[in-house]
Design a protein around this ligand. Structure first.
Ligand SMILES: [Zn+2]
Length: 317
Protein backbone atom coordinates (compact mmCIF):
# COMPACT_ATOMS: atom_id res chain seq x y z
CA UNK A 1 0.00 0.00 0.00
CA UNK A 2 1.40 3.39 -1.01
CA UNK A 3 0.78 6.08 1.63
CA UNK A 4 0.80 9.68 0.42
CA UNK A 5 3.45 12.09 1.64
CA UNK A 6 1.12 14.84 2.87
CA UNK A 7 2.22 18.44 3.40
CA UNK A 8 0.79 19.00 6.90
CA UNK A 9 1.69 15.52 8.19
CA UNK A 10 5.48 15.97 8.30
CA UNK A 11 6.00 16.69 12.00
CA UNK A 12 9.23 15.47 13.59
CA UNK A 13 8.53 16.88 17.08
CA UNK A 14 8.61 14.49 20.06
CA UNK A 15 5.53 15.44 22.10
CA UNK A 16 7.28 14.11 25.24
CA UNK A 17 3.99 13.28 26.95
CA UNK A 18 5.79 11.99 30.07
CA UNK A 19 6.93 15.56 30.88
CA UNK A 20 3.41 17.08 30.88
CA UNK A 21 2.62 15.89 34.42
CA UNK A 22 5.90 17.22 35.87
CA UNK A 23 5.51 20.97 36.62
CA UNK A 24 9.12 21.35 37.77
CA UNK A 25 10.45 19.84 34.55
CA UNK A 26 8.06 22.02 32.49
CA UNK A 27 9.27 25.15 34.30
CA UNK A 28 12.90 24.25 33.53
CA UNK A 29 12.02 23.58 29.88
CA UNK A 30 10.18 26.92 29.62
CA UNK A 31 13.35 28.72 30.78
CA UNK A 32 15.29 27.54 27.71
CA UNK A 33 12.42 27.13 25.25
CA UNK A 34 11.94 28.40 21.74
CA UNK A 35 8.51 30.03 21.89
CA UNK A 36 6.06 30.33 18.98
CA UNK A 37 3.70 33.27 19.19
CA UNK A 38 0.10 32.81 18.04
CA UNK A 39 -2.75 35.31 18.41
CA UNK A 40 -5.49 32.76 17.79
CA UNK A 41 -5.42 33.22 14.01
CA UNK A 42 -1.91 34.18 12.96
CA UNK A 43 1.69 33.23 13.79
CA UNK A 44 4.61 35.58 14.29
CA UNK A 45 7.00 34.96 11.36
CA UNK A 46 10.40 36.09 10.17
CA UNK A 47 10.47 38.47 7.25
CA UNK A 48 14.01 38.05 5.91
CA UNK A 49 14.64 37.56 2.18
CA UNK A 50 10.93 37.21 1.51
CA UNK A 51 11.07 33.61 2.81
CA UNK A 52 8.85 33.28 5.83
CA UNK A 53 9.34 30.87 8.68
CA UNK A 54 8.09 30.92 12.25
CA UNK A 55 9.94 33.33 14.51
CA UNK A 56 10.92 32.05 17.95
CA UNK A 57 10.80 34.22 21.06
CA UNK A 58 12.73 33.61 24.27
CA UNK A 59 10.47 32.99 27.24
CA UNK A 60 11.21 36.44 28.73
CA UNK A 61 10.10 38.12 25.46
CA UNK A 62 6.59 36.66 25.73
CA UNK A 63 4.05 39.46 26.20
CA UNK A 64 1.82 39.80 29.26
CA UNK A 65 -1.70 38.41 29.48
CA UNK A 66 -1.15 35.19 27.63
CA UNK A 67 -0.76 31.51 28.29
CA UNK A 68 1.98 29.03 27.40
CA UNK A 69 1.48 25.45 26.21
CA UNK A 70 4.17 22.78 25.92
CA UNK A 71 4.54 21.45 22.35
CA UNK A 72 7.42 19.00 22.80
CA UNK A 73 11.10 18.45 22.08
CA UNK A 74 13.25 18.37 18.99
CA UNK A 75 16.31 16.55 20.27
CA UNK A 76 17.11 18.43 23.46
CA UNK A 77 15.40 21.68 22.42
CA UNK A 78 12.01 22.40 24.04
CA UNK A 79 9.28 24.24 22.13
CA UNK A 80 6.29 26.07 23.60
CA UNK A 81 3.34 27.92 22.14
CA UNK A 82 2.50 31.30 23.67
CA UNK A 83 -0.94 32.64 22.91
CA UNK A 84 -1.87 36.30 23.41
CA UNK A 85 -2.67 39.45 21.47
CA UNK A 86 -0.17 40.43 18.75
CA UNK A 87 3.07 42.15 19.77
CA UNK A 88 2.78 45.88 19.01
CA UNK A 89 4.76 47.00 15.97
CA UNK A 90 4.97 43.46 14.51
CA UNK A 91 1.50 43.39 12.95
CA UNK A 92 2.74 42.90 9.37
CA UNK A 93 4.79 39.85 10.37
CA UNK A 94 1.79 37.85 11.58
CA UNK A 95 0.65 35.32 8.97
CA UNK A 96 -1.92 32.51 8.86
CA UNK A 97 -0.96 28.86 8.57
CA UNK A 98 -2.71 28.79 5.18
CA UNK A 99 -0.40 31.59 3.99
CA UNK A 100 2.88 30.10 5.21
CA UNK A 101 2.15 26.34 5.46
CA UNK A 102 3.75 25.57 2.09
CA UNK A 103 6.99 27.34 3.09
CA UNK A 104 7.71 25.65 6.43
CA UNK A 105 10.16 22.78 7.00
CA UNK A 106 9.16 19.53 8.74
CA UNK A 107 9.96 20.83 12.23
CA UNK A 108 8.07 24.09 11.84
CA UNK A 109 5.03 22.61 10.09
CA UNK A 110 4.67 20.12 12.95
CA UNK A 111 4.88 22.90 15.54
CA UNK A 112 2.47 25.14 13.63
CA UNK A 113 -0.18 22.49 12.97
CA UNK A 114 -0.10 21.37 16.63
CA UNK A 115 -0.25 25.01 17.80
CA UNK A 116 -3.12 25.97 15.52
CA UNK A 117 -5.29 23.04 16.64
CA UNK A 118 -4.42 23.39 20.32
CA UNK A 119 -4.82 27.17 20.30
CA UNK A 120 -8.23 26.98 18.59
CA UNK A 121 -9.44 24.50 21.17
CA UNK A 122 -8.20 26.40 24.26
CA UNK A 123 -9.71 29.63 23.01
CA UNK A 124 -13.15 28.07 22.49
CA UNK A 125 -13.37 26.03 25.72
CA UNK A 126 -13.12 28.45 28.64
CA UNK A 127 -16.01 26.68 30.41
CA UNK A 128 -16.82 23.14 31.49
CA UNK A 129 -19.34 21.33 29.28
CA UNK A 130 -20.50 19.29 32.32
CA UNK A 131 -21.25 22.03 34.87
CA UNK A 132 -20.55 25.39 33.18
CA UNK A 133 -17.79 26.53 35.59
CA UNK A 134 -14.52 28.05 34.27
CA UNK A 135 -11.79 25.64 33.14
CA UNK A 136 -8.01 26.11 33.20
CA UNK A 137 -5.21 24.55 31.16
CA UNK A 138 -3.42 21.65 32.85
CA UNK A 139 -0.72 19.09 32.00
CA UNK A 140 1.31 21.56 29.98
CA UNK A 141 -1.77 22.69 28.06
CA UNK A 142 -2.64 19.22 26.73
CA UNK A 143 -6.00 19.29 28.59
CA UNK A 144 -8.31 21.69 30.46
CA UNK A 145 -9.60 20.97 33.93
CA UNK A 146 -12.84 22.21 35.52
CA UNK A 147 -12.38 24.44 38.54
CA UNK A 148 -15.61 23.10 40.14
CA UNK A 149 -16.24 19.46 39.23
CA UNK A 150 -12.60 18.63 38.29
CA UNK A 151 -13.62 16.93 35.03
CA UNK A 152 -10.73 16.80 32.56
CA UNK A 153 -11.48 17.94 29.00
CA UNK A 154 -9.37 16.74 26.06
CA UNK A 155 -8.85 18.59 22.76
CA UNK A 156 -11.41 17.56 20.20
CA UNK A 157 -10.51 16.26 16.74
CA UNK A 158 -13.21 15.93 14.09
CA UNK A 159 -12.55 13.13 11.57
CA UNK A 160 -13.45 13.86 7.97
CA UNK A 161 -12.97 11.63 4.94
CA UNK A 162 -11.72 12.87 1.59
CA UNK A 163 -11.92 10.67 -1.47
CA UNK A 164 -10.44 10.63 -4.96
CA UNK A 165 -13.13 9.05 -7.16
CA UNK A 166 -11.89 7.22 -10.26
CA UNK A 167 -13.46 5.19 -13.05
CA UNK A 168 -12.12 2.05 -14.72
CA UNK A 169 -10.32 4.19 -17.37
CA UNK A 170 -8.27 5.94 -14.66
CA UNK A 171 -10.13 9.23 -15.03
CA UNK A 172 -10.86 11.22 -11.85
CA UNK A 173 -14.09 12.94 -10.86
CA UNK A 174 -13.89 16.40 -9.30
CA UNK A 175 -16.75 18.48 -7.95
CA UNK A 176 -17.36 22.14 -7.46
CA UNK A 177 -19.00 23.77 -4.42
CA UNK A 178 -20.95 26.98 -4.96
CA UNK A 179 -19.03 28.79 -2.23
CA UNK A 180 -15.57 28.19 -3.72
CA UNK A 181 -13.45 30.63 -5.76
CA UNK A 182 -14.33 30.68 -9.46
CA UNK A 183 -13.05 27.64 -11.46
CA UNK A 184 -12.13 25.69 -8.28
CA UNK A 185 -12.81 21.94 -8.49
CA UNK A 186 -11.73 19.41 -5.89
CA UNK A 187 -12.23 15.91 -4.54
CA UNK A 188 -15.25 14.90 -2.44
CA UNK A 189 -15.14 15.18 1.34
CA UNK A 190 -17.30 15.19 4.42
CA UNK A 191 -17.36 14.74 8.19
CA UNK A 192 -17.68 11.28 9.68
CA UNK A 193 -21.03 11.03 11.46
CA UNK A 194 -21.66 9.46 14.85
CA UNK A 195 -21.60 5.67 14.69
CA UNK A 196 -20.16 5.59 11.17
CA UNK A 197 -16.94 3.93 9.93
CA UNK A 198 -14.56 5.73 7.56
CA UNK A 199 -15.53 3.36 4.73
CA UNK A 200 -19.25 3.92 5.28
CA UNK A 201 -18.66 7.66 5.29
CA UNK A 202 -16.81 7.44 1.94
CA UNK A 203 -19.75 5.55 0.39
CA UNK A 204 -22.34 7.94 1.82
CA UNK A 205 -20.55 11.14 0.82
CA UNK A 206 -19.97 10.04 -2.79
CA UNK A 207 -23.56 8.81 -3.07
CA UNK A 208 -24.90 12.09 -1.64
CA UNK A 209 -22.69 14.47 -3.61
CA UNK A 210 -22.22 12.61 -6.93
CA UNK A 211 -25.13 10.17 -6.92
CA UNK A 212 -23.12 6.97 -7.48
CA UNK A 213 -21.98 3.95 -5.46
CA UNK A 214 -18.27 3.32 -4.90
CA UNK A 215 -16.45 0.01 -4.81
CA UNK A 216 -12.89 -0.91 -3.95
CA UNK A 217 -12.19 1.76 -1.30
CA UNK A 218 -8.46 2.08 -0.54
CA UNK A 219 -6.71 4.06 2.23
CA UNK A 220 -4.17 6.71 1.10
CA UNK A 221 -3.09 8.45 4.32
CA UNK A 222 -4.15 11.20 6.71
CA UNK A 223 -3.21 14.69 7.72
CA UNK A 224 -4.35 17.14 10.41
CA UNK A 225 -6.39 20.05 9.09
CA UNK A 226 -6.71 22.39 12.08
CA UNK A 227 -9.23 24.81 10.49
CA UNK A 228 -10.49 24.49 13.19
CA UNK A 229 -10.15 20.85 14.32
CA UNK A 230 -10.29 18.30 11.51
CA UNK A 231 -8.27 15.22 10.73
CA UNK A 232 -8.56 14.38 7.04
CA UNK A 233 -8.53 10.64 6.26
CA UNK A 234 -7.81 10.11 2.57
CA UNK A 235 -9.09 7.34 0.32
CA UNK A 236 -9.45 6.54 -3.33
CA UNK A 237 -12.45 4.67 -4.66
CA UNK A 238 -13.65 3.36 -8.01
CA UNK A 239 -17.12 3.71 -9.48
CA UNK A 240 -18.34 1.30 -12.13
CA UNK A 241 -21.02 3.49 -13.72
CA UNK A 242 -19.35 6.87 -14.37
CA UNK A 243 -22.12 7.90 -16.78
CA UNK A 244 -24.56 7.99 -13.85
CA UNK A 245 -22.60 10.53 -11.76
CA UNK A 246 -24.66 13.68 -11.05
CA UNK A 247 -24.04 16.65 -8.77
CA UNK A 248 -26.46 16.92 -5.84
CA UNK A 249 -27.27 20.50 -6.87
CA UNK A 250 -27.06 21.71 -3.26
CA UNK A 251 -23.53 21.39 -1.88
CA UNK A 252 -22.03 20.39 -5.26
CA UNK A 253 -23.20 22.43 -8.25
CA UNK A 254 -21.06 20.80 -10.96
CA UNK A 255 -18.96 17.67 -11.44
CA UNK A 256 -16.43 16.91 -14.18
CA UNK A 257 -14.32 13.97 -15.25
CA UNK A 258 -10.66 14.56 -16.05
CA UNK A 259 -7.94 12.46 -17.65
CA UNK A 260 -4.26 13.45 -17.56
CA UNK A 261 -4.41 15.45 -20.80
CA UNK A 262 -7.64 17.29 -20.10
CA UNK A 263 -6.63 18.31 -16.57
CA UNK A 264 -3.53 20.09 -17.93
CA UNK A 265 -5.45 21.72 -20.77
CA UNK A 266 -8.11 23.04 -18.41
CA UNK A 267 -5.49 24.47 -16.03
CA UNK A 268 -3.66 26.14 -18.93
CA UNK A 269 -6.76 27.87 -20.27
CA UNK A 270 -7.83 28.95 -16.78
CA UNK A 271 -10.96 26.77 -16.57
CA UNK A 272 -9.63 24.70 -13.66
CA UNK A 273 -8.18 25.97 -10.40
CA UNK A 274 -6.96 23.14 -8.19
CA UNK A 275 -7.17 23.25 -4.37
CA UNK A 276 -4.25 24.79 -2.43
CA UNK A 277 -0.86 23.17 -2.12
CA UNK A 278 -1.19 22.29 1.57
CA UNK A 279 -4.46 20.37 1.02
CA UNK A 280 -4.88 16.59 0.90
CA UNK A 281 -6.98 17.01 -2.25
CA UNK A 282 -4.11 18.64 -4.13
CA UNK A 283 -1.68 15.91 -3.01
CA UNK A 284 -4.09 13.16 -4.11
CA UNK A 285 -4.63 14.75 -7.53
CA UNK A 286 -0.89 15.32 -8.05
CA UNK A 287 -0.10 11.75 -6.99
CA UNK A 288 -2.64 10.34 -9.47
CA UNK A 289 -1.28 12.61 -12.22
CA UNK A 290 2.34 11.59 -11.57
CA UNK A 291 1.60 7.87 -11.64
CA UNK A 292 1.81 7.60 -15.45
CA UNK A 293 4.92 9.25 -17.01
CA UNK A 294 4.73 11.35 -20.16
CA UNK A 295 4.83 9.55 -23.54
CA UNK A 296 8.60 10.17 -23.86
CA UNK A 297 9.16 8.57 -20.45
CA UNK A 298 9.96 11.80 -18.61
CA UNK A 299 8.31 12.77 -15.31
CA UNK A 300 5.25 14.99 -15.38
CA UNK A 301 5.48 18.65 -14.35
CA UNK A 302 4.13 19.85 -11.00
CA UNK A 303 0.85 21.70 -11.34
CA UNK A 304 2.31 24.94 -10.00
CA UNK A 305 4.91 24.96 -12.78
CA UNK A 306 2.16 25.16 -15.42
CA UNK A 307 1.47 28.54 -16.98
CA UNK A 308 -2.05 29.67 -16.19
CA UNK A 309 -4.09 32.84 -16.70
CA UNK A 310 -4.44 32.96 -12.90
CA UNK A 311 -1.69 34.49 -10.85
CA UNK A 312 0.58 32.26 -8.79
CA UNK A 313 -1.18 33.64 -5.74
CA UNK A 314 -4.36 31.88 -6.84
CA UNK A 315 -2.69 28.49 -6.27
CA UNK A 316 -2.64 29.21 -2.55
CA UNK A 317 -6.30 30.16 -2.10
ZN1 LIG B 1 -17.29 21.16 35.64
Amino acid sequence: MKILNLPLARSRVDRAEHLRSDPIALEALWERARVLHFDGEKFLTTATDGVRGLRYLKNFEAPDNGEEFFLGLDGNQPYFLFMSAQIAGEEENYKTLREIGGLLDDLQIGLAVHSQGLGNWHRKHPRCSSCGAPTAAALGGSIRECSQCAVQHYPRTDPAIIVLVKDSHDRILLGRQKVWPEHRFSTFAGFVETGESFEQCVSREVAEEAGVLVSDVRYLGSQPWPFPASLMIAFEATILDPENARPDGEEIEEIRWFDRDSIIEEIQVGELLLPPKISVARAMIQSWYDLVPLADGSARPTFESIETPHTLESWRK
